[in-house]
Design a protein around this ligand. Sequence first.
Ligand code: 13P
Length: 229
Amino acid sequence: MIFAANFKTNHTRVTTREYIESLSSMLENGDTDQEVFVFPPSTALDSFDAPIVVGTQNAYTAQNGAFTGEIGLDQLDEFGIKTILIGHSERREVLGETQEIVAKKFAFFKEQGFKIIYCIGEPLEIREQGDQAVVEYLMAQFDGIDTEYEDMILAYEPIWAIGTGRSATVEEIASTHKALRATISRPILYGGSAKPANIKEIISIDNVDGVLVGSASLDATNFYSMITS
Ligand code: 13P
């Protein structure tokens, strides 16, 4: 199983290091062979000696250059970072990334050999229209994306379940992941209010290969309890 922590705009450089040290020691002392990723904010990116893959939540499609406020490959190479989240709904909805921008980013980082956690998800009004509408909406988020890229992990994150405390139901996750599996042979993660209380149920659903966790990942002990659930 894959357990990925997306810190979003939480944690600092200092608390990220403390978190990674603490989670690493729990992982090393425990007996778990799960695959663990952490995506700290870009100010906290660094080289860590840890049984954890550290990735970036975002980056610009350039080696370096005049892109105020962005980071490029130079800044990632400094710390050996080769993993990126692309297409997160907060970047699409809050920061205005269109499918075209997302697809360009995917193509660029694929070309650079990055592992890409590619995020898709529907808003509530689409979910309320039923399964067929959801699948059509999600399929449109594959426009311009190489869905066969061997270093892609897909993350299905219904927008209405993110940060709301209301996870999708087992039936909703099962039917959506089953539909996605018809297109995607790579691992498929679920994200959206995954937490210690529902993690066992979520990871036992067919076609769920792991989770992408926001709020419940911010505390290392809490996240570790999910990894070992
Ligand atoms: P929450 O776990 O806080 O709902 O966030 C999910 C998410 O967006 C992870 O990328």
